[in-house]
Write a protein that binds this ligand. Sequence first.
Ligand SMILES: NC(=O)c1ccc[n+]([C@@H]2O[C@H](COP(=O)([O-])OP(=O)(O)OC[C@H]3O[C@@H](n4cnc5c(N)ncnc54)[C@H](O)[C@@H]3O)[C@@H](O)[C@H]2O)c1
Length: 242
Amino acid sequence: MKFVMTQAVCPEGMKLLDGVSQVYVADNQDPNNYLDQMQDADALIVRIAKCDGHAIEHSPNLKVIGRTGVGYDTVDVKKATELGIPVVITPGANNRSVAEHAVAMMFALSKNLVQAQNEMCAGNWEIRGAGKAFELEGKTVGVIGMGAIGRETAKICQGCGMKVAGYDPFMSREKIEALGAKYYADYRELLKTADIITIHVPLTEETRNMIAKEQLASMKKTALIITVAGAASSMSPTWSKL
Ligand SMILES: NC(=O)c1ccc[n+]([C@@H]2O[C@H](COP(=O)([O-])OP(=O)(O)OC[C@H]3O[C@@H](n4cnc5c(N)ncnc54)[C@H](O)[C@@H]3O)[C@@H](O)[C@H]2O)c1
C-alpha cells in the first residue's frame, strides 16, 4: 500500500507506518501540487490541508481519505462519496487539546494577556492599570455544540467555578442537564445571557453563518466569543466588533 500524507504526524503515528507501507510525505497542503504521487496512492492522510474534488478525481487508485482530526469540511466528501471513497476521521484524538485551547483563550481574554504582553514588551508598564482583567469564576459560559469537544470544554469550565449553559439540537434536555449544564432549546436565547460563548459545531448548512451581525448584536456588550471549531481558531471580544 502507498500512503500519501499532506504533512507528517507525530513520531508515534509515523512509526505505525514503518516497514508496512510506502509513504510519501508531501509537506504541502494541496494534493493538486503532487498529482504524480497521487497516481498510485491507496490512501491519503490529510492534516491541515485542502482536498478538493479535482485532486480526488485525479487519484485513480485512492481507497480511503483519512483526516487526523475530527472536522472534514476541507475534504470534498461529496466527490469522494460519488467515487466510493470513504472519508474517515479520528474521533477522540484531540478533544482534550482543543478544549484546553478554548479555555486558554478564555483565560487570555479575561486576563487581557495578549495586549498586556505586547504593551509591556513595548515598555508600557502602565498597562497593568488598564482594568480590563476579570475573573472567570461565576461567569456563564454558553457552549454551542455539546459533542466531544464541547463537553470537555464544559467540564474544564465547571472546574474553574463557571456556570455552563448548553445548546445542541441533537441532544436531549436530560442529557445536557446531566452534564450539569442549563439547557437551551434556542441558541439565540443563550447568546443573550452568556458572558462567554464557545462554539464547537461542525460546519454544516445550519451552522454556516450561525453567528452573524444580528447574533453578535444580541449578546451582552461585554461578552466574549471563542471559536475553535474551524481551521482558523480565533478569539474575539465582541465589543471590538460592535
Ligand atoms: N480547531 C481545531 O484544531 C479543531 C480540532 C478538532 C475539531 N475541530 C472542530 O470542532 C468540531 C466539533 O468536534 P467534536 O469532536 O466535538 O465533534 P462531535 O461530533 O463530537 O460534536 C459536534 C456536536 O455539534 C452538534 N451540532 C451539530 N449541528 C449543530 C447545530 N446546528 N447547532 C448546535 N450543535 C450542533 C452535534 O450534535 C454534536 O454534538 C469539528 O467538527 C471540527 O470542525 C476543530
